[in-house]
Every structure is written in C-alpha cells, then in structure tokens.
Design a protein around this ligand. Sequence first.
Ligand code: NAP
Length: 338
Amino acid sequence: MPSYLIEYIMRVGIIGATGLVGRTTLSILEERNFPVSELTLFASERSAGQKIAFKGEEYEVMVVPENWDLLADVFFCSVSDDLTRPILEGYSGDAWIIDKSKVFRMDPAVPLVVPEVNADVLKTTSSKIIANPNCTTIPFVMALDAVRRVAGPERIVVTALQSASGAGKDALAELRLQREYLATGQEVPADAQEVFGRILASNLIPQIGSFDKSGESSEERKLRAESRKILDDARLPVYGTCVRVPVEVGHSLSVTFIFTEAVELKRIEKSLASYSGIKYLSGSHYFTPSQAAGKDEVYCCLLRHSPEDKKVIHMWITTDNLRKGAALNAVQIAECLI
Ligand SMILES: NC(=O)c1ccc[n+]([C@@H]2O[C@H](COP(=O)([O-])OP(=O)(O)OC[C@H]3O[C@@H](n4cnc5c(N)ncnc54)[C@H](OP(=O)(O)O)[C@@H]3O)[C@@H](O)[C@H]2O)c1
C-alpha cells in the first residue's frame, strides 16, 4: 500500500462479509494494511452473530440495518445482483460504495474501473458508487490494454474457462460435494446439482448465465459490453465463449488477437512485461489456474504467432478470480479514491 494512505483512516463496511469475495476482501485489506479505523460486517440473518477475525480482533456479523450507510466511509458490497438492487438502488448517501455485482456496471453515470486501465475516470466522477467489473473482464482488459499499446487488433476471440468459485460459496461447495459422490461411485443427486443445474465435477458446462435469442450467454455479453466501457471503445470487436470448468479458484482465458498486419511478438512481450499488475511468463513457461490462486498478478503466458499467419497472436491468461478478479481490484479502487 502506498505510504501516503497512512494519513487517511477510514471506517470500512463489508456487505456480504461471509461470502467468498467478502472474506477475500477482508484478507486483502489486512495484507495491504488498508487504514481501517472501524470495521462493520454485514451478511444475511443466517450469519448474524458470527465472529470474523481481522487484524487480531473479532468482529460480529450483523444483518444490514436501516441507515447502514452511516456506519462507514467506504463499503465493499459483495452480494448477489438480486440483493444489491434493494440495498443500493436509489442510494444517495455520502459513503463510497464499491460494488461487485453487475447491477451498476453498465450505468453510464457509474464508473466501471480496473485501476491499471482506467483509474482516471475516478477523478471526474460525481458518482459515489463505483462498479467493479466481472471477474473475467478484469484480466482480459488488462492484457488487451497492454496489447493495444502496441497495436489494436481487428478482432479478439476469447474462450474463458471459469472456476466454480466465480459463482460463489454455494457453487464451490456443490462442486466439492459432487466430487465426493463421484469418488465413492455414487450418482450425483438432483439436490447436489442445484447451483450449476448439472454435474460440473469431471465435466465442463458451456453456459454461464442465461442465453439470449441469439444464443449468446449473459456472461459472454458482459465480457464484451464491460470491456467496451472500460476501454472506452464502443466497437471493440470481442467474440467470447464462457465455460464453467471444475477448477476451484482461478479463471483462465485462451485469447486470439487478429491484426490487420503482422505484429512483432517482442513489442507485445515488452508491453506485457512492463504493465502494472501483469506477470508475463516468456517462452513455454506458463501458470495454471491453481498456480495463480492466492496470487495477485494476472499471468500472461504462451504468447505466440499462429504458425501460418503472423497477423494472428495467441495468449494464455490466468488469474485468481477472487483476488484480482474481484476483491483486490475493489481494494485498489478504494486506494485510488483515497
Ligand atoms: N466469486 C467471484 O469470483 C466474483 C467475482 C466478481 C464479482 N463477483 C460478484 O460478487 C458478489 C458476491 O459474490 P460471492 O462469490 O462472494 O458470493 P457468495 O460467496 O455466495 O457470498 C454471498 C454473500 O452475500 C450474503 N448475503 C446473502 N443474503 C444476504 C442478505 N439478505 N443480506 C446481506 N447479505 C446477504 C451472504 O451471507 P450469508 O453467508 O449469511 O449467506 C454472503 O456473505 C456477486 O454479486 C458476484 O457476482 C463474484
């Protein structure tokens, strides 16, 4: 954390403190020594009264009360879209809200921020709500921004391989339960397929969210629309496929950049290697999602030309969806606000 932050002590609130993103946010605030003067934790009635440790002290989880916004200067909101709406819609308080849901991401009045890419938008906004992008969009726009500093691709084709934790704690628990059934030779019952609607263990599910009339899933639509907003390019030619994979933590992307003319790999390597938040691995070195889990960086690897066309470049990206894909990005936004 930058040393100047020490001068700014803030009351911090976490809505959804018991979830995967909420708990990761707490770890990151502690790791980065974020200047917390008071901490208020909210979750559902199920968790009310539960104690969560932060910097050696225990904090009790509460349900969200009326006038919750008076209890902190900055809130990290990490609950489902359905819960975010009643809590935040019409919000006019003074506290900053950094929201992880999709609810405000495409609202023109609300900045959608990946600090390494577009922190500047925070300087001019009058919105007290700042939206955190989708966990696949964040690593994608960082890598694409680094590539675009060298040359703008004519088309970008992405296949996102998204871990179970991207769908929350119940999804992760369901994957683990399904594995247990399969490991003991049992059939996976319907009540162990409620979150994904299918068996994810030892499998892949080529659908995240709902399909629209064109056959595109809501997750694929988010990837394109959010990337366009963050990079301020309404025509950004992104073609995505989003697949749920039986990985616990760590989203990966196989990306193909298609240019109008040949681009030197060395220039893109240099741009990736010097980009804040990206760890570039050269040659045939690469990280898998489980290697990226628990780390802050976006790993960009296996950069290569198509053997038959120097206008085509491929890349493998992997990152921890709970950290840079969600909680770390949000804490970095709060650091920028300070
Ligand atoms: N997971 C990711 O990788 C990721 C990445 C980017 C964005 N996001 C977004 O971040 C948000 C949270 O995701 P998550 O993965 O952390 O979900 P999660 O693990 O399912 O956690 C959900 C949180 O919401 C709380 N909650 C449920 N009902 C509530 C209520 N009535 N009042 C207050 N809190 C309530 C839960 O509390 P209880 O424990 O009491 O149920 C829990 O703390 C979602 O909008 C998600 O789309 C997630």
